[in-house]
Design a protein around this ligand. Structure first.
Ligand code: ATP
Length: 137
């Protein structure tokens, strides 16, 4: 079935939101099929955010994302990609409704707690960028 890549960013880890975020996805009914915590290299993050490389905030984004450990996860289930995006809320927390992760937990677009794949294609790319084959269930 469909899979998505969800990542808790350094601010989410530092603010001890890991347990809550995992619990939201578990309670929703998605299945956790891969999980790891580590501090990513700038090189890996540049690949992940390749599409944003021309943006003015790109270097700030890479610095922030490499500033502390990340929690990387694969969640599987019906409409996993869109469901994940709905649960995260909008990129800018100001536009995110209460009840979403960003709506409930943050204010600033540059510190928006988590990442979720925006399409089935990018989910598959991101899963293979962030996980080795033998780390996936
Ligand atoms: P993510 O890929 O993290 O799930 P997204 O797909 O909702 O986010 P993108 O447009 O891909 O949004 O931007 C990636 C990340 O870059 C955002 O989550 C945010 O942390 C950061 N970002 C986006 N726009 C800005 C901005 N104008 N200023 C600062 N940071 C930004």
């Amino acid at each position: 079935s469909e899979r998505t890549f969800i990542m808790i960013k350094p601010d989410g880890v530092q603010r001890t939101l890991v347990g809550d975020i995992i619990q939201r996805f578990e309670k929703k009914g998605l299945k956790l099929t891969a999980l790891k915590m580590f501090q990513a290299s700038m090189d890996l993050l540049r690949q992940h955010y390749n599409d944003l490389s021309s943006k003015s905030f790109f270097e700030d984004l890479i610095n922030y994302m490499s500033s502390g450990p990340l929690v990387c996860m694969v969640w599987e289930g019906l409409n996993a990609v869109k469901t994940g995006r709905q649960m995260l809320g909008e990129t800018d927390p100001f536009n995110s409704l209460p009840g979403t992760i960003r709506g409930d937990y943050c204010l600033h677009i540059g510190r928006n707690v988590c990442h979720g794949s925006d399409s089935i294609d990018s989910a598959e790319k991101e899963i293979y960028l962030w996980f080795k084959k033998d780390e996936l269930c």
